[in-house]
Design a protein around this ligand. Structure first.
Ligand SMILES: *[C@@H]1O[C@H](CO)[C@@H](O)[C@H](O)[C@H]1NC(C)=O
Ligand SMILES: *[C@@H]1O[C@H](CO)[C@@H](O)[C@H](O)[C@H]1NC(C)=O
Ligand SMILES: *[C@@H]1O[C@H](CO)[C@@H](O)[C@H](O)[C@H]1NC(C)=O
Ligand SMILES: *[C@@H]1O[C@H](CO)[C@@H](O)[C@H](O)[C@H]1NC(C)=O
Ligand SMILES: *[C@@H]1O[C@H](CO)[C@@H](O)[C@H](O)[C@H]1NC(C)=O
Ligand SMILES: *[C@@H]1O[C@H](CO)[C@@H](O)[C@H](O)[C@H]1NC(C)=O
Length: 456
């Protein structure tokens, strides 16, 4: 490691650890309004399959089906986080989740806004867009969105087992259609809407003794017990996005939300197959190191752009720590040696190792997922340090052909452009180790896939 960068590495580590600490243990310094709850809710015995319930002396368990829904927004990973939170709410509240689809957009996505603005945007922009798609066709640039059911992409076993759900089908997010589907004739009395007036109004809590939001973004605490007791046919949430949306003390609740997150695993057969094929060229699952470097830029993605150099340095440092201390023989390369039977066709990883000097052959095979191409200046250092680095866009594009014909069953839109980043994530996740970019939701998700598929 170059001495010049040492202070930056220390500085970066300090910032990173502080942020991590703050994210894990947010300061509890803001006393906020706490929604009044009537009566005393005692903790009732609960189990994983039965969410914690609150005693309600007047409450009669009703068999009438009740519903909940929420509004999606932003990019894929924010939408995924929202769905995770909604699945938890649906379980806790014992309400059927009316599940909005994934909104994939060609360019600008629907941003995170307060309830009314967000609903208007969803409804207005999608209505416009659908009209244009019908006139010009789904592949025209004027047609900006496509909507995909979550179930097409993710393994839904866990969700199916624990909650009831239906897919929201009114493609333009028309609340009237939603009410009509639910036979709601009088929204005033049949719908309870938690309309956020700012970006993050509500944090949900499950312990009567909680008096403060656990994160400054939130203004109000909302008791899950009080929501459980509501008899309205529909509870309509706005955005439910945020990693700290819940302020939970109940062990079962915590365990459940963690399980929801762990089970949001891609299982689209074509995506898995392509990811596997590329990963075979790298020596197979576990034989290489997966890296995700989100580099950002000086424009829209400044948050990552500003930290790109630090992130590159930090990841190089981590990778150097991975190296075995003494070089190995050619037949004893870093790759798991028994992965290459003599007669096997030469895979790309081995070709690369053969092409470099023998004393260098202990270098790891690296798969680098990134939002930028190989020629990005900020990656030069990386390639200087490691000779066998593979990237999707420069080394494996031919494998992507398999995605080129995939269509969204809802509207026939080609899914290629939306699915390519998942391939990057899948291949990186299949490495024996994965190193991501701090604070990146993409990296965060790849860690999860890695944990599920490779372990550790
Ligand atoms: C959950 O809701 C279902 C369907 O509405 C109902 O049959 C069931 O009794 C409810 N369970 C509890 C514990 O309230
Ligand atoms: C949605 O509509 C608003 C107002 O018409 C417009 O300013 C905005 O750019 C649109 N957003 C998208 C994602 O189309
Ligand atoms: C959406 O369509 C599917 C299939 O046609 C149907 O089963 C489901 O009930 C519909 N959901 C809603 C919310 O209308
Ligand atoms: C709406 O009413 C129809 C006719 O009574 C019924 O079949 C349907 O199940 C109801 N839908 C809901 C969501 O309650
Ligand atoms: C809340 O605090 C009171 C008083 O400290 C205590 O008796 C009660 O058990 C606490 N409730 C829970 C759910 O921890
Ligand atoms: C990947 O592709 C780039 C650009 O074509 C090439 O320079 C590089 O050597 C390839 N990497 C490996 C490890 O083969």
């Amino acid at each position: 490691m170059n001495k010049r960068f040492f202070p930056f590495v220390i500085l970066f580590l300090t910032i990173y650890l502080t942020l991590t600490y703050l994210i894990c243990f947010p300061p509890n310094d803001q006393l906020v309004y706490k929604e009044q709850t009537n009566g005393n809710e005692n903790d009732v015995k609960s189990s994983f399959s039965n969410p914690s319930t609150c005693s309600d002396p007047n409450g009669v368990v009703s068999n009438e089906e009740r519903y909940m829904t929420y509004l999606p927004h932003s990019g894929f990973h924010n939408q995924r986080n929202s769905l995770e939170n909604a699945v938890f709410l649906s379980w806790v509240l014992n309400r059927t989740l009316i599940m909005p689809p994934i909104l994939f957009s060609k360019k600008k996505y629907i941003p995170h806004r307060p309830f009314d603005v967000l609903y208007n945007m969803l409804n207005g922009n999608l209505t416009n867009d659908i009209a244009l798609c019908e006139i010009k066709g789904v592949e025209d640039q004027a047609c900006k969105f496509t909507q995909l059911d979550w179930e097409e992409l993710l393994n839904f076993e866990f969700i199916k087992k624990h909650i009831r759900y239906v897919h929201r089908n009114d493609t333009n997010f028309d609340v009237k259609e939603l009410y009509s589907y639910l036979n709601i004739t009088n929204p005033e009395t049949q719908v309870y809407t938690l309309a956020e007036e700012t970006r993050y109004d509500f944090q949900f809590y499950d312990d009567e003794n909680t008096t403060q939001v656990s994160n400054d973004n939130f203004k109000f605490l909302v008791n899950l017990c009080s929501l459980q007791k509501r008899k309205d046919k529909l509870i309509h949430f706005g955005s439910v996005y945020h990693l700290l949306r819940f302020n939970l003390k109940n062990e079962d609740n915590i365990e459940f939300i963690n399980s929801v997150r762990e089970n949001m695993i891609i299982n689209h057969p074509v995506l898995l197959n392509v990811g596997e094929k590329i990963s075979e060229q790298l020596g197979g699952k576990g034989a290489y190191i997966g890296v995700h470097l989100r580099l950002g830029d000086n424009g829209l993605d400044r948050k990552f752009g500003e930290k790109a150099e630090e992130n590159v340095d930090q990841i190089i440092k981590e990778l150097l720590n991975e190296l075995p201390t003494t070089p190995l023989d050619e037949d004893d390369v870093y790759l798991a040696k028994d992965l290459f039977p003599v007669e096997a066709i030469t895979i790309d990883a081995k070709k690369c190792l053969r092409s470099i000097a023998a004393e260098q052959r202990h270098v790891p095979i690296i798969y680098l997922a990134s939002d930028k191409p190989r020629k990005d200046q900020r990656l030069r250092k990386f390639f200087r340090e490691f000779p066998c680095v593979f990237m999707l866009s420069s080394n494996f594009t031919k494998y992507l052909d398999a995605l080129s014909k995939l269509k969204n069953p809802r509207d026939g839109a080609l899914l290629f452009q939306y699915f390519v980043p998942f391939i990057d994530g899948i291949v990186a996740a299949r490495g024996g180790k994965f190193i991501g970019t701090p604070e990146s939701t993409f990296s965060d998700y790849v860690y999860r896939l890695h944990h599920r598929w490779v372990g550790s």
